[in-house]
Design a protein around this ligand. Sequence first.
Ligand SMILES: Nc1ncnc2c1ncn2[C@@H]1O[C@H](COP(=O)(O)OP(=O)(O)OP(=O)(O)O)[C@@H](O)[C@H]1O
Ligand SMILES: [Mg+2]
Length: 237
Amino acid sequence: MTQILEVKDLAVSYGHIEAVKGIDLTLNEGEITALVGANGAGKSTSLLAISGLVKPTRGTILFDGKDLAKLPPHKIVSSGVVQVAEGRAILTTMTVAENLDLGSYARRDKTGIAQDLEWVFSLFPVLKNRATGIAGNLSGGEQQMLAIARALMAKPRILLLDEPSMGLAPLIVQDIFRTLQEINRTGLTVLLVEQNVRQALRIAQRGYVLETGKIVLADTGAALLHSPRVIEAYLGG
Ligand SMILES: Nc1ncnc2c1ncn2[C@@H]1O[C@H](COP(=O)(O)OP(=O)(O)OP(=O)(O)O)[C@@H](O)[C@H]1O
Ligand SMILES: [Mg+2]
């Protein structure tokens, strides 16, 4: 198993509050890794640190021989680590197609971009049907799909997602999780942050449980689903 990203002793503070307290986390290439935990556990902060949007107080984030903790966000994106924003953050006054174009703005491989556009349209046919429509007119679930599709247009080697299920109806959530599995089957490595612990661990090969800034459990997704501690704390045990 090739390790594609290795987080070591990562700590992040907001003023005097240490939100992430020295975590170790490894992503295996081609796998979905879930990072789960309760409200305020430090999940988003960990993702933001990997994306370079908050600066860690200590630790390293090794990817491709580089320490991402030392790089600015745009260099992290261009190296292939791309986050789908929480709350979607699509540009609501622009069209679906324009939003997708923005995802690929840093690429020069026109043929590859055209192929990836066909690919994201096959993953999310609704986006193809609504390509010339204003993104703000999409439903919440469709906007989440657009946010994922836009991130894919950047040709990531690692896709980071912060609670893609948030605020969506159960059927839409299932749809999005199924599509994440389909995306992962192409070999793309995924780090999935979720409060929807059951669904996340079902599709993840490995998972980490974060509690008040510390990793308390790390195992395969299947083993965590059967862990008494996970069942009691997160699955309504
Ligand atoms: N910008 C900020 N300034 C100060 N404290 C913050 C900030 N963002 C997060 N925190 C605090 O850091 C801790 C971790 O927050 P974080 O958002 O990473 O947790 P989370 O696991 O993503 O939670 P949620 O499930 O609610 O999204 C919390 O105590 C939170 O209040
Ligand atoms: Mg969060």
